[in-house]
Design a protein around this ligand. Structure first.
Ligand code: VGL
Ligand code: ZN
Length: 210
């Protein structure tokens, strides 16, 4: 069993309508993890949420690139960029955090992806690998212990957040069954390999909940 310490932080990534069934970038089974995340959240005094938050003309949208389709990859100055259906547009319903998420004690919501020309899967830094969101500073200032990452999607925003957390010196676990994946072109297998190589712990909710 894993004991959650008072300084440990649950990081709930992008549980927003557009990533749930019926949303524009729906992750299969995304709704199944919500009750589990609610249950896990009760074990933590400190919870942080991330929120994907794009302008309507965001560079990651296939609609901005004539001739391209969702899930194509293009090359930008900062590297390869997968193109997506329009999703999580500022102030749209799809960008809202799901109402079924029941975490009234969440202490911070960090928005990311709001710069038109740069995507941000990670809650810590944008895809240019330069621009920080402030989450690392916040967690250090709050003397965070181990970070437990859950949410959507395992192979994009969860993995990039966990990898950046590990690179930032945090102890990090991903609670596997409290995530769901997009799994485009082998992305899920690669994400787990990258996380394992970075020392991210892969755990199951039963180890915490009993
Ligand atoms: C995400 C693709 C695009 C995610 C966000 O939350 O995993 N994936 N934007
Ligand atoms: Zn996005």
């Amino acid at each position: 069993m894993i004991t959650i310490e008072p300084d440990d932080v649950l990081v709930v990534v992008d549980v927003q309508y557009d990533f749930l069934p019926g949303g524009s970038l729906a992750v299969a089974g995304g709704n199944e993890i919500v009750p589990l995340i609610n249950q896990l959240a009760r074990k933590f005094t400190h919870v942080v949420l991330t929120q994907d938050w794009h302008p309507a003309d965001h560079i990651s949208f296939a609609s901005q690139h004539p001739g391209k389709a969702p899930f194509d990859t293009i090359e930008l100055d900062y590297g390869p960029q997968v193109l997506w259906p329009d999703h999580c547009v500022w102030d749209s319903h799809g960008a809202e955090i799901a109402g079924t998420l029941d975490i009234p004690h969440a202490q911070l919501i960090i928005r990311k992806g709001y710069t038109r020309g740069v995507d941000s899967y990670s809650g810590f830094q944008e895809a240019d690998r330069q621009t920080l969101t402030g989450l690392g500073g916040y967690l250090n200032e709050r003397d965070a212990g181990r970070l437990y990452v859950v949410g959507l999607a395992t192979d994009f925003c969860v993995a990039w957040t966990a990898l950046d957390a590990a690179a930032g010196g945090f102890d990090v676990s991903v609670i596997e069954d409290a995530t769901r994946a997009i799994d485009a072109n082998g992305s899920l297998e690669k994400a787990w390999a990258d996380m394992e190589a970075a020392g991210v712990d892969r755990v199951k909710s039963g180890e915490i909940l009993g």
